[in-house]
Structure formats: structure tokens, C-alpha cells
Design a protein around this ligand. Structure first.
Ligand SMILES: [Zn+2]
Ligand SMILES: [Zn+2]
Length: 236
């Protein structure tokens, strides 16, 4: 009996994979080794939606939204792959707290499908050192690195310091979010004259991205464009 090799071993399949077959993250159907089954992938919220070119809020006309017309943000443009709704919210949590490779691969593919940015440098939204220490990695950098490679652009992983330990934006009312992040960033890398693409996972009010853009332009960045996985559909 000792010469009988179990089938799963002959095919290079681990026992763990057999015990835990790949299921769709959203509906638990068989997904053929993908994060999502074909149906859930096809139903991803906001994929291919027309958006405001400045802040990426859903805008059926594809024109600049009223909020951006009233007060132009410090960044020049934003592209979002998806809306921040189920199952994208769960996938973003998975990116931060586990399954990060599978989730980041899916997000990178969706972000690469957007037009290539007209830029010189890719910057991940920095995480405050205390949170980086607790989590061990910056989820924005997990996206920025492969995206920069695919776009053929350099990535600067440590050119921005997040100085102020701001309270998590999610704990604050919408109106307090801009004040909470004022002065949060310090640029230590060289961005002068460069067109910068900032990569982040989720854009909610855009206050943090606006503050980073303000800081980057303050030290001479020529332009700042945001690329995010998901945009909150209705900011307040
Ligand atoms: Zn599914
Ligand atoms: Zn807008």
C-alpha cells in the first residue's frame, strides 16, 4: 500500500486546497480559483461607470460634478475602478486584514484596465507609522508597486511622511474630515516639476487625498492625479 500516492499529491494539489476548495468571496459559489465567480465579477458595482473626471463621483454625463465646479479640489483628476459597496467593501477589508495577495491582484487588474496615467511618478497614500506598525504593511503600497510596474513608471514608497496621527477619518463627521488631516503630510522625496499619481484603496470625501495633493503642489509637483480602487458613491 505504501507505493500508492494519493491523487491530490500526484497533481500537486495540497490537502488544504482540497479541504477548502476555492469559493467566490461574495457568494460562496465555486469560483475556479478566482477571488470572485464570473457572475459576481460581472456585477461589481460601478465598474465602467461614467464619473466626474476630477473626483470620480458617479456622474451619468461624465462631466465635472457640481461640487467640483463650486470648489475645485487640490488634485487635478481622479479615476476609480469601482464603487465602494458590497462586495467591494468586504474585499477592501480583506486587502487590509488578510487574503491580501488575492484581493490586491484583483484590484490591480481592474485599475490597469483604466486609461494609463499621464505621469512621471507613482506614490502610494502613506499610512501613519503607528498603523503601519500594527498592520505590518501599507495596503496602498501593495497596489502602487504592481501598478507602477504595469504602467512603466517609477514608484516612490518612502517619499512622504505622515506626521500627525490623525484620527481615523471614518470616525469623524464629513465636515470635520478636512480639518483632521490638515498638515498631516511632509514630503521628503523629490517631486518638483513631476506629474504625480497617488494610489489609494478607497476615496470617501477625498479630504485626505486633497490634503496630500495640496502638500505635493506646495513643494512643486506639476500635477496630482488619484487612482483609487473604489469611490464612495454618495459623499454626504
Ligand atoms: Zn459569486
Ligand atoms: Zn467631482
Amino acid at each position: 500500500m505504501s507505493n500508492q500516492v494519493p491523487g491530490w499529491r500526484r497533481w500537486g494539489v495540497s490537502a488544504v486546497q482540497l479541504l477548502l476548495p476555492q469559493q467566490c468571496f461574495a457568494c460562496a459559489a465555486a469560483s475556479g480559483g478566482n477571488v470572485l465567480c464570473a457572475a459576481c465579477f460581472g456585477d461589481l458595482p460601478g465598474r465602467g461607470a461614467a464619473r466626474c473626471p476630477v473626483c470620480a463621483i458617479g456622474q451619468p454625463s461624465g462631466e465635472t460634478c457640481g461640487a467640483c465646479l463650486r470648489a475645485l479640489p487640490c488634485f487635478d483628476a481622479t479615476q476609480a475602478a469601482l464603487d465602494y459597496a458590497f462586495p467591494v467593501d468586504r474585499l477592501v477589508q480583506a486587502l487590509k486584514y488578510g487574503h491580501r495577495l488575492a484581493a490586491s491582484r484583483l484590484f490591480v487588474e481592474l485599475m490597469v484596465a483604466l486609461p494609463v496615467p499621464d505621469a512621471d511618478l507613482v506614490l502610494p497614500m502613506p499610512l501613519h507609522p503607528s498603523r503601519l506598525g500594527a498592520r505590518g504593511f501599507n495596503q496602498a503600497a501593495e497596489l502602487a508597486r504592481p501598478l507602477a510596474r504595469r504602467w512603466g513608471l517609477p514608484v516612490m514608497l518612502d517619499g512622504i511622511v505622515r506626521d500627525v496621527d490623525t484620527r481615523p477619518q471614518v470616525s469623524l463627521p464629513w465636515k470635520e474630515r478636512a480639518a483632521n488631516v490638515r498638515g498631516a503630510f511632509r514630503v521628503t522625496g523629490r517631486v518638483e516639476g513631476l506629474r504625480v499619481v497617488v494610489v489609494d484603496d478607497v476615496m470617501t470625501t477625498g479630504a485626505t487625498l486633497a490634503e496630500l495633493a495640496r502638500t505635493l503642489k506646495g513643494v512643486g509637483a506639476a500635477s496630482v492625479e488619484n487612482r483609487v480602487v473604489a469611490r464612495t458613491p454618495t459623499p454626504g
